[in-house]
Write a protein of this length. Structure first.
Length: 135
């Protein structure tokens, strides 16, 4: 189960809405080994696409280095889908290379409905998990 603060939840959703019609992407970092997302890190979608996201490689290198320096890890890797449900695409599954991370998808296809879902993706297998939003 993913447990996420209301503040981080709101920031992820706001980022997804702000970048629409392109997909938004980013990371929620947390203390290594804690499974606790604590720090919001919005990233640039280098693809600038409504159907695909790709972290900018130099930005990603810097973010991962900073997490290492702070003894953090990517607890959540998130992105948005702009026209489809919040479910990982084949491309999303093939690019999932952090087996310990929660993969969060936010669908922005409906302007007044928030679809926020979390998955574990390991070895090509997708498992949806519950999300608890806490104060």
């Amino acid at each position: 189960m993913l447990t996420i603060s209301k503040d981080l939840y709101d920031k992820v959703v706001a980022h997804a809405r702000a970048d629409h019609p392109d997909e938004a992407c980013g990371v929620l970092a947390g203390p290594a080994g804690s499974d606790r997302p604590e720090r919001f890190i919005p990233m640039t979608n280098a693809a600038r696409s409504p159907t695909f996201y790709e972290f900018d490689s130099s930005e990603q290198f810097g973010v991962w280095r900073e997490m290492d320096e702070r003894d953090e890890e990517p607890v959540v890797i998130y992105h948005s889908h702009t026209a489809t449900e919040a479910y990982p695409s084949r491309t999303d599954i093939s690019y999932a290379n952090e087996p310990g991370a929660h993969y969060v998808l936010v669908s922005t296809r409906e302007p007044t409905v928030t679809e926020f879902r979390s998955y574990r993706i390991a070895d090509g297998q997708v498992t949806e998990e519950p999300v608890a939003v806490v104060e």
